[in-house]
Design a protein. Structure first.
Length: 232
């Protein structure tokens, strides 16, 4: 595959000056925005599926067309893998039958994550594969580590893996993880081993364009319970 994706350009030359303040604010003020009804319904369906598939849970957050969800389900055949994306258009692309242990859900992650935490879900693995980078400095609050939902992502626990072609996104995420949890996580370039298929279409196109791929992996303790979230 040949591709010509341009590397990310940004008006930021280093971690955002406002990152620490935004993380502090997210920690001090849990997100109270009401959950949209359509995500509540989608979560209820996902929950019913999950109840019927009690293996260890893997979340593929922002799964796009769901290729990674399929590949993870094949790789972790005794796990239950749920891919979540808000784009019906992407989720509708035909990539063949889903394995029995995989499920694709159309939902807004900001609400889905909060419902998952409140329901006691604790994924053993949680993937954030090539999230939208929002590279303009004014868009910090739209990056997952600058968003008020960030503490919820961490509270779900498990092995959290972020991948991006934008090094600064991963570095900022690592700083935010450290600030919020005290855990050290570092951005590292990773190679795609010869013969190993990319996990996602975005990974495939950035790799084919010769870009460096970055990732961060951190093992998070799961929060025991979140009584405040049960009210959302
Ligand atoms: C850059 S694409 C990456 C897709 C896929 N992970 C890949 O690597 O090919 C980011 C995906 O995140 C999804 N997304 C962004 N914000 C979301 C949200 N709040 N809730 C659910 N999905 C979201 C978008 O619809 C899009 O499919």
């Amino acid at each position: 595959m040949h591709a010509t994706s341009r590397p990310i350009t940004s008006n930021q030359s280093g971690p955002h000056d406002d990152l620490a303040r935004r993380v502090d604010r997210a920690l001090a003020h849990p997100l109270r925005k009401p959950v949209a009804e359509h995500t509540r319904t989608a979560f209820a369906e996902a929950r019913a599926w999950r109840d019927a598939h009690p293996g260890p849970l893997i979340l593929d957050a922002g799964c796009g067309v769901g290729l990674s969800t399929r590949r993870l389900a094949e790789r972790f055949a005794d796990h239950a893998v749920i891919g979540v994306d808000r784009s019906a258009h992407r989720l509708a692309r035909d990539h063949g039958a889903l394995p029995d242990n995989a499920r694709l859900v159309r939902a807004d992650l900001v609400d889905f994550w909060r419902l998952a935490l409140a329901a006691g879900w604790r994924p053993v693995r949680h993937y954030l594969l090539y999230p939208n980078p929002y590279p303009k400095s004014t868009h910090l609050k739209m990056r997952w580590h600058g968003h008020p939902v960030f503490p919820t992502i961490l509270a779900l626990g498990g092995r959290l893996e972020l991948r991006s072609n934008w090094r600064l996104y991963v570095e900022e995420f690592a700083l935010a993880v450290r600030q919020a949890s005290g855990l050290t996580a570092a951005a590292a370039a990773y190679p795609l081993a010869d013969g190993q298929p990319p996990l996602t279409p975005f990974e495939a196109k950035y790799h084919a364009s010769g870009q460096t791929l970055w990732r961060l992996v951190v093992e998070l303790p799961a929060a025991p319970s979140c009584p405040t979230l049960l009210e959302i």
